[in-house]
Design a protein around this ligand. Structure first.
Ligand code: UN1
Length: 496
């Protein structure tokens, strides 16, 4: 497969003005080019923002249920193409096919859900303290939004941002990760075929440092939503703070699963394998720490060691693959570096730890599922996000210590507890300081109808997904309207 991916500006697929292109390659076999892609410069970003500005007024004034119909049609197109898109995700990003299909399904779900929000988008009406006066709040779009999306959920996360932004009446410029441009283009193609008016959605491709920064700081942008690394998010925070520009950030995690001595260990084992090694650990919600009660620690370690040895590495599209490649060489090297750090810090490497090159893995970026035992809370591998198939096992003496360990890192995205004691799980539910808490389930598996957002360094407090209380808060701004029909001067707080 070798696609040609262009930018999408004013309803047309266009090359970068410079004519330059870059390549998107298969991480399971880097010899294979998946797509050649328009390499944008500042002038391409200017055009995209100009198109979004021109389209802004008409889109804002289109009734939200009508906007919803377009989103619904895009959802139907995605659903019809799910099998092909799933394959594309597996090829370009590397995750296994069932997960790739799930990625696409999440985009479809979001399209349908946000289409329905077009008939809700509610504000408030409340009584006035004065006679012959009414008060209401309405939700209005920001205007033109820049959306910056990562490679690990190459259709789901762009959809998390696109569909809420659009239903709320914003026009957008999407800058997807330059490692998964074909997946993002497929999503935009569905909107194009669903007859989204020209200029409402625009797509520019290129690396974050060049194109992304220019885009988000551009005077033509009104608000920004970003998902990606902490380092990039913090940089955006400092740049956009000065511009007083609304910014939603979803960044890293150092998520943990607690396993109590009364847990169903087989169920917990499945949760750890899925949370730790699913998507090769490349999820912001990945379970990279497992905190096990001392009474079951040795037994669980043994179970996990054996089970992780059975995981099969291979290309995402392979029917027998359990764990796919890392997305690129840089990520692979970063993870290998963390494995070196863990060993140097004195953690006990019980499984994996190396790049895998056997059995058809020779030209891809594979790392063996890796397990460190006896990890101490102060170690870097227990505190920093690794974003790879590396799980750190820590031991605890009871629930309070386990909760302190979960909370004792700068991140706060997701956490989980396995226990059959309802009182213990209730205490965990109350005291865990993460935006997502799972009971007897792994750290991953968020559903789109509820907000998704991290606490502390994991996010900026503007969750994705969900409706009111979730994405719709950030993708709109609130306007309060007071209407006085008394025909005389009335003064709030003063007239009694
Ligand atoms: C991410 O971890 O980067 O919760 C997003 C899940 C998915 C979304 C995860 N629905 O597993």
């Amino acid at each position: 497969m070798d696609k040609s991916i262009r930018n999408y500006v004013s309803g047309k697929w266009v090359d970068a003005l410079s004519g330059r292109r870059f390549e998107s390659r298969n991480p399971a076999d880097a010899r294979e080019v998946i797509a050649t892609v328009a390499l944008s410069g500042r002038e391409d970003v200017d055009l995209a923002i100009g198109a979004a500005r021109d389209a802004s007024r008409a889109w804002r004034l289109m009734p939200a249920p009508k906007r919803g119909e377009i989103l619904f049609r895009a959802g139907e197109l995605l659903a019809r193409r799910k099998a092909d898109l799933g394959r594309l995700v597996a090829l370009e990003m590397g995750k296994v096919l069932p997960e790739s299909l799930g990625d696409v399904q999440e985009a479809i779900d979001m399209a349908y859900y946000m289409a329905g929000e077009g008939r809700r988008l509610s504000g408030e009406t409340v009584p006035s303290e004065l006679p012959d006066k009414d008060c209401k709040s309405v939700r209005e779009p920001h205007g033109v939004m820049a959306l910056i999306t990562p490679w690990n959920f190459p259709t789901a996360i762009p959809a998390w941002k696109l569909f809420p932004a659009l239903i709320c009446g914003n026009t957008v410029v999407l800058k997807p990760s330059s490692f998964t441009p074909a997946c993002a283009a497929a999503l935009v193609e569905a909107l194009h075929e669903a007859d989204i008016p020209p200029g409402v959605v625009n797509l520019v491709n290129g690396p974050g440092e060049e194109v992304g920064e220019y885009l988000v700081t551009h005077p033509g942008i009104d608000a920004v939503s970003f998902t990606g690394s902490c380092a990039a998010g913090e940089r955006l925070e400092s740049l956009l703070g000065k511009l007083h520009r609304p910014l939603a950030l979803e960044m890293g995690g150092k998520n943990a699963i607690i396993i109590m001595d009364d847990a169903d260990l087989s169920l917990a084992l499945e949760g750890v394998l899925w949370g730790g090694f699913g998507t090769s650990g490349q999820r912001c919600t990945a379970a990279s720490r497992v905190i096990v009660h001392e009474k079951v620690y040795d037994r669980f370690l043994e179970m996990l060691t054996q089970a992780s040895a059975r995981l099969r590495l291979g290309p995402g599209i392979g029917p027998d693959t359990d764990v796919g490649p890392l997305v690129n060489e840089q990520q692979m090297n970063r993870v290998l570096e963390y494995i070196r750090i863990g060993t140097e810090e004195g953690a006990r490497l019980v499984r994996g730890g190396k790049r895998a090159t056997d059995g058809g893995c020779g030209h891809g970026y594979f790392i063996e599922p890796t397990l460190f035992a006896d990890v101490q809370p102060g170690m870097r591998i227990a505190r920093e996000e690794i974003f790879g198939p590396v799980v750190a096992l820590l031991c605890c003496s009871g629930l309070d210590e386990a909760i302190d360990l979960v909370n004792g890192v700068p991140f706060g995205l997701s956490s989980a507890i396995y226990s059959s004691d309802v009182n213990r799980t209730a205490r965990a539910e109350r005291d865990l300081q993460t935006g997502l808490v799972y009971i007897n389930a792994s750290t991953i598996g968020a559903e789109i109808q509820l907000p998704f957002g991290g606490w502390k360094h994991s996010g900026s407090g503007h969750p994705e997904a969900g409706g009111r209380g979730g994405a719709l808060e950030f993708y709109t701004r609130v306007k309060v309207i007071y209407r006085d029909f008394s025909g005389r001067l009335q003064k709030a707080q003063i007239d009694q």
